[in-house]
Write a protein that binds this ligand. Structure first.
Ligand code: COA
Length: 331
C-alpha cells in the first residue's frame, strides 16, 4: 500500500482594495520610490481600511474564495489553522472565529504564530495531521494585518509590510504527491532584532508603552537581513541536496517575500533561474504569514501536476525552514 501523503488540492486568496504606493509613502515619511525599489523590490502594498475589521476579515474572504473555486463543502473540513502574527485579539483564537464564519461547523481550529514562518510551519502541521490518518481536510490560512502594528512615521519598517490573506486545503493523496520533505529551524537569538516590546506578558500595555510607541514593530533590518540571506539559502539548498534534486528538477521556488535581494540570494544558492522564482513582493510587500499562499494564489494557473516546488521562509524569533512539495493538480 502506498504511503498517504498530504497534497494541496485548492487555493484561495484575498487582498484589500486600498493600494499604498511608494509615491504616497514619500508624502508620509522621508523616503523615496528609488530607495524602496532598489533595497526591497517593493512598489506598493495593500492596506485593510475597513473599520473594526481585523485579520479574520481577510482570512474569511480567502477561505471563502477557496471554498467557492474548489467546490468544497465547509462542513467536511476537519481542522482550520490560521497562521498569523496579528490575531484579531490577544486571547480568543482567530481560527475558531474564522471556522464558524465560513461554515466549518465540524472543525476544530487554532492559531499558529511563528512570525513570517507561520504559514510554512502550518503546512508542516497540516501535513502531519493528514499523514497520521486522523484528518482528511485541513484548511491552512495565512493572514496578517501588518498595518495594525506598524508605525507610519518609522521609515525603516512602514515601507516593508502589507496586509493580505491566502488559504490552501490539504487532503490525503495516494499517488505520492504533496509534501515530500521538510526542514524547520529556530533560534531565539533573533528575538532582539525583530519584535514588539509591549503588549505581551513581559511588558503589558500601559499609557507609558503607548507613548513610547512600544506596541509597534521594531526591526534591526541589517541584522535580520544577514540572518535571512544565509539561513533561507542554506535550508533551501539542503532540502534539494537531501532529496537529490538538481536545479533542473525544481520547477518553482516559492520564497517568503521579505526582500527581493534575499529571494535572489536564495535562488542563486539553489542554482534556480529567475523565471522559476515566484514573486509578488512588488505588489503586496511583505504580508508576513500570507506571502506563501498568496504566491500560490497568483501562480496557480501556471502550476502542473507533478511540479516540484521548494518553499522557503524566514521570520522573527528567528524561525525559518524549507518544504519540498509535489503539486497535485492542473487547474
Ligand atoms: C530594512 C532593509 C530594507 C534596509 O535596507 P539596508 O540596505 O539594510 O539599509 P540600512 O538599514 O543599512 O540603511 C541604509 C541607509 O538608508 C536609510 N534608510 C532606512 N530606511 C529608509 C527609507 N525607507 N528610505 C530612505 N532611506 C532609508 C538609513 O537611515 C541608512 O542611512 P545612513 O546610511 O545615512 O545611516 C533591509 O535591511 C532588509 O530588508 N532587512 C530584512 C528585513 C526583513 O526581511 N524583515 C522581515 C523578516 S521576515
Amino acid at each position: 500500500m502506498n504511503k498517504t501523503t498530504a497534497a494541496i488540492t485548492a487555493v484561495g486568496g484575498y487582498v484589500p482594495d486600498f493600494v499604498l504606493s511608494n509615491k504616497v509613502l514619500e508624502t508620509m515619511v522621508d523616503t523615496n520610490d528609488e530607495w524602496i525599489t532598489s533595497r526591497t523590490g517593493i512598489k506598493e502594498r495593500r492596506i485593510l481600511k475597513e473599520e473594526n475589521a481585523g485579520t479574520s476579515y481577510m482570512a474569511i474572504r480567502a477561505a471563502q474564495d477557496l471554498i467557492k473555486k474548489g467546490n468544497v463543502d465547509p462542513s467536511e473540513i476537519d481542522f482550520v489553522l490560521v497562521a498569523t502574527a496579528t490575531p484579531d485579539l490577544p486571547v480568543a483564537s482567530t481560527a475558531a472565529y474564522v471556522a464558524s464564519e465560513i461554515g466549518a461547523v465540524n472543525a476544530f481550529a487554532y492559531d499558529l504564530q511563528a512570525a513570517c514562518s507561520s504559514f510554512l510551519y502550518g503546512m508542516s502541521t497540516a501535513a502531519s495531521y493528514i499523514e497520521s490518518g486522523k484528518y482528511k481536510k485541513v484548511l491552512v490560512i495565512g493572514a496578517d494585518k501588518m498595518s495594525s502594528i506598524l508605525d507610519y512615521t518609522d521609515r525603516t519598517t512602514c515601507i516593508i509590510f502589507g496586509d493580505g490573506a491566502g488559504a490552501v486545503l490539504f487532503e490525503p493523496n495516494e499517488e505520492g504527491l504533496g509534501v515530500q520533505d521538510e526542514y524547520l529551524r529556530s533560534d531565539g537569538v533573533g528575538r532582539q532584532f525583530l519584535k514588539i516590546d509591549a503588549g505581551g506578558s513581559i511588558l503589558p500595555a500601559s499609557e507609558e508603552t503607548v507613548k513610547n510607541k512600544q506596541h509597534y514593530v521594531y526591526q534591526d533590518g541589517k541584522s535580520v537581513f544577514k540572518f535571512a540571506v544565509s539561513n533561507m539559502a542554506e535550508v533551501s539548498a539542503l532540502i534539494m541536496e537531501r532529496n537529490n534534486l538538481s536545479h533542473e528538477d525544481v520547477q518553482w521556488l516559492v520564497p517568503h517575500q521579505a526582500n527581493k535581494r534575499i529571494i535572489d540570494a536564495t535562488a542563486n544558492r539553489m542554482g534556480v533561474d529567475s523565471e522559476k522564482v515566484m514573486i509578488n513582493i512588488d505588489r503586496y510587500g511583505n504580508t508576513t504569514s500570507a506571502t506563501l499562499p498568496l504566491l500560490l494564489f497568483d501562480y496557480e494557473k501556471q502550476l502542473k501536476k507533478g511540479d516540484n516546488l521548494i518553499f522557503a521562509a524566514f521570520g522573527g524569533g528567528f524561525t525559518w525552514g524549507s518544504i519540498y512539495l509535489k503539486w497535485a493538480y492542473n487547474s
